[in-house]
Design a protein around this ligand. Structure first.
Ligand SMILES: Nc1ncnc2c1ncn2[C@@H]1O[C@H](COP(=O)(O)OP(=O)(O)OP(=O)(O)O)[C@@H](O)[C@H]1O
Length: 455
């Protein structure tokens, strides 16, 4: 009774193993210690063409070139052996079958070479795709601007450009301050381009554009499921993406105190921890930050950490607004105008009188506008500029209509004085030059400044 049960159990086990071998995706052939074929599976037949009638027969008789008997004799495995019979190509792994330290047979496992080739081709294709994507990624993170694109003739601008050039050779953090449109990102890009990191990514992040709930995930990355949506996959943050390169933190003054503290830690440690992760990852990132806000005022109001500011402002570049360097307007204008365009004589005066709250970005925009409006073979004149600029310029007052002549003369006189004085330093020498240009004495200039309350 017991031995019957035992037989049934053995039969079940044998059947189970047979079923496994039958269902394998690799071809299998097994020989016993005498070299007699004990089993082959359907996949072996498909790959090699050998049919099941080989079972029970000596392998060497039917397959004279077979290498499995070598494994049986030596007990040594053979891996990746190439075989070709007729038009069939395949690779075989062979191993001895051991029972109680004795060789009781050998097994051969084969895979069709065409399948291996297809897999290799597929792998190669995927590798190529990854390479292309990597190239596209680094192209996306390459900078557009270099120091050659920065126009700056005034000595103040020349000084800033010269300091910025020197910092490019270092890894020191740079803080660029200035109103919107003064060229802060332009400087950041130029510094990266001239640095040893230029082949690595330049990643710009506008701190004011990312909702505060997401900024940590963006900067430091996150793990699976660390966001509200469990479906979001783990992702590297901008610090990791900028590794080896430069991270440009635009509008740094808009960061919350909490994020400032976390950023400060990353800058001190040189390592980031993805949100939801315990382990830290080392990053080598140069920080260039920018702001249009007065960070010292924010510190006074308790909205900005001073230890964070001191981490950022080793090099502090303050770019003056365009209205404080009006002397540069003609140069910038001619650089921004495409070659085929010419301007009427009074256009430069017109552009110099305007205050440019949007700085060079605004100047670039209105020049684009004028180049679009002007007809072919026509010179750009005041009427090709936007209405709001013309209204500020003309002596037309919307409330009063046309001004009486004496008032109009005063308005014009004041405009000319303001614009002339804005483009010079407040020294007696430079004011004397202005007075000469205007054809009046220095004393008259001072009198008129007093009359029109011009500081
Ligand atoms: N000195 C300059 N020479 C040439 N172009 C300039 C200069 N400064 C600014 N520009 C141009 O003005 C535009 C705005 O520059 P940029 O984006 O760098 O300003 P920004 O200070 O970073 O502005 P925002 O604070 O609004 O982001 C760009 O088209 C840039 O090329």
């Amino acid at each position: 009774m017991n031995s019957n049960k035992g037989m049934v159990a053995i039969e079940e086990t044998v059947n189970w193993w047979k079923a496994i071998v039958e269902s394998m995706n690799d071809g299998v052939l097994v020989i016993d210690r005498s070299g007699i074929v004990r089993t082959i599976n359907p996949e072996y037949t498909r790959i090699t063409g050998v049919t099941p009638d080989i079972i029970g027969k000596p392998l060497v008789l039917y397959r004279p070139g077979a290498r499995l008997p070598e494994t049986l004799a030596s007990g040594k495995s053979q891996v990746g052996v190439y075989r070709k019979t007729h038009d069939r190509e395949y690779v075989v792994d062979m191993a001895p079958v051991m029972l109680d330290d004795k060789i009781v047979g050998a097994v051969s496992v084969c895979k069709s070479l065409t399948e291996v080739q297809l897999l290799t081709q597929e792998l190669e294709k995927q590798r190529q795709k990854v390479k292309e994507l990597q190239e596209q990624m680094s192209a996306l993170h390459r900078v557009r601007y270099t120091f050659d694109d920065i126009i700056g003739a005034e000595s103040k601008m020349q000084d800033i450009i010269s300091i910025a050039r020197k910092t490019a050779a270092t890894d020191l953090p740079v803080l660029i301050r200035g109103e919107s449109g003064t060229g802060k990102e332009l400087f950041a890009q130029a510094i990266h381009h001239a640095s040893l990191r230029s082949e690595k990514p330049f990643i710009a992040v506008n701190c004011s554009a990312i909702p505060s709930a997401l900024i940590e995930n963006e900067l430091f990355g996150h793990l699976d499921g660390s966001l509200v949506s469990q479906s979001v996959a783990g992702k590297a943050g901008l610090f990791e993406m900028a590794d080896g390169g430069t991270l440009f933190l635009d509008e740094i003054g808009d960061l919350s105190l909490d994020v400032q503290a976390k950023l400060l830690r990353v800058l001190q440690e040189g390592a980031v921890r993805r949100v939801g992760e315990v382990e830290e990852r080392r990053v080598d990132v140069r920080i260039v930050a920018s702001t249009h806000r007065d960070l010292y005022q924010l510190i006074a109001k308790g909205l900005f950490r001073n230890d964070f500011l001191y981490r950022l402002n080793t090099i502090d570049l303050q770019i003056p607004p365009l209205r404080e360097r009006k002397k540069e307007i003609p140069l910038i204008t001619s650089s921004l105008l495409a070659d085929r365009f010419e301007v009427e004589d009074n256009v430069m005066m017109f552009l110099t009188q305007y205050d440019w709250p949007g700085n060079i970005r605004e100047l670039r925009n209105v020049l684009d506008y004028a180049m679009c409006l002007v007809d072919e073979n026509e010179r750009i004149s005041i009427r090709h500029f936007p209405d709001f600029m013309q209204k500020q310029h003309t002596l037309y007052n919307e409330e009063k209509g046309i001004l009486p002549l004496h008032e109009a003369v005063e308005v014009a006189e004041k405009q000319i004085l303001v614009s002339a004085l804005q483009s010079c330093e407040p020294t007696v020498g430079e004011r004397q030059e202005i007075a000469n240009m205007l054809g009046i004495s220095l004393a008259t200039l001072y009198n008129k400044m007093k009359k029109y309350n011009i500081k």
